[in-house]
Design a protein around this ligand. Structure first.
Ligand code: ATP
Ligand code: MG
Length: 286
């Protein structure tokens, strides 16, 4: 029987949609797993397990799954022997310290002797040790943000993305313990066949990530300023230049990275470029 790579992803929750979308973008069809714990991809030797995110590092360490997608926060908290192979660019959040909106947080020392509620006792303890602080950690598994309001804690350490949950509970974010995003992890002892499958998957993941960070740009350039316009465009090798039917004009095609995007577009306009089209790229193979 041909070997399949087994991947563990979150069954439902914040990472589910993006995990499935990433696999789909990699050309891997995942049948809806809402009431299923396991499914097989049809067009790639991949078996998908749907699990609670907390359990994924252990399953990967034990080799029940070969690879997994999980937040770095969970990877570090669970402290399992797994290897992080690729950051995935979604599930971004911070593990942050929050205190009452009126409390006067002066820095980590503020936590000395205080009670801290969190679902991340390992990471919080490490933070306290690093800062030479002794405090009492109350581990709770959810709704951490209500702990100060009901007198259970003086501060919390919890995951934050926008901060609106904290705000609604009368808290303010004052320090960050860890920045996190979803990562692909793998078991440390994969055989050659599985490693080769992982390489194929990683190649696709990296192509999808690159494509997401880049845009394809087409524009019309007056020939008398073509040189200057080309200099603004990086392109994969160099931009493509084609003559337009109208004399004196050329069509220029190139690829621009997301972070330089608006800067370059403004400069292109200033240099006389017209009819600028910006197109998303689906895959980028370099
Ligand atoms: P499960 O039932 O699988 O245990 P969960 O309730 O522990 O799910 P979710 O709230 O779905 O977990 O979050 C999963 C992951 O999403 C987190 O571990 C974190 O990496 C990431 N994440 C991104 N933004 C946030 C946020 N604002 N709050 C919580 N988690 C976030
Ligand atoms: Mg969880």
């Amino acid at each position: 029987m041909d070997q399949k790579l087994r991947i563990a992803i979150q069954k439902s929750g914040r990472l589910y949609d993006d995990s499935v979308k990433l696999l789909k973008d990699c050309g891997i069809d995942v049948k809806n797993g809402i009431n299923k714990l396991r499914t097989e991809a049809e067009n790639f030797p991949l078996e998908i397990y749907f699990l609670r995110d907390d359990d994924i590092p252990q399953y990967v360490e034990d080799g029940v799954a070969d690879i997994g997608i999980v937040g770095e926060n969970v990877v570090f908290e669970k402290n399992r022997r797994v290897t992080a192979v690729e950051p995935l660019g979604f599930g971004k959040c911070r593990l942050s310290i929050a205190v009452g909106r009126k409390d006067d947080y002066t820095g980590p020392k503020y936590l000395e002797g205080k009670r801290i509620a969190t679902s991340y006792p390992v990471l919080v303890q490490r933070f306290l040790d690093d800062n030479g602080i002794r405090a009492e950690i109350h581990e709770i598994s959810g709704s951490v943000e209500i702990a100060p309001g009901i007198g259970l804690a003086d501060a919390i350490v919890d995951l934050v993305s926008s901060g609106s949950t904290l705000f609604m509970n009368g808290l303010k974010e004052v320090d960050t313990v860890l920045k996190s995003q979803a990562v692909l992890i793998r078991n440390g002892n994969l055989d050659e066949v599985k490693l080769a499958l992982l390489e194929r998957l990683l190649f696709r993941i990296r192509s999808v990530k690159k494509a997401k960070n880049n845009k394809y740009v087409l524009l019309n350039a007056p020939n008398n300023n073509l040189e200057a316009i080309i200099r603004l465009l990086p392109g994969m090798k160099s931009p493509t230049v084609l003559p337009l039917a109208e004399p004196g004009w050329s069509s220029v095609h190139s690829v621009i990275s997301e972070d330089q995007f608006w800067d370059i577009i403004e400069q292109l306009k200033a240099a006389g470029a017209q009819g600028i089209l910006v197109v998303p790229i689906e895959k980028m193979i370099i």
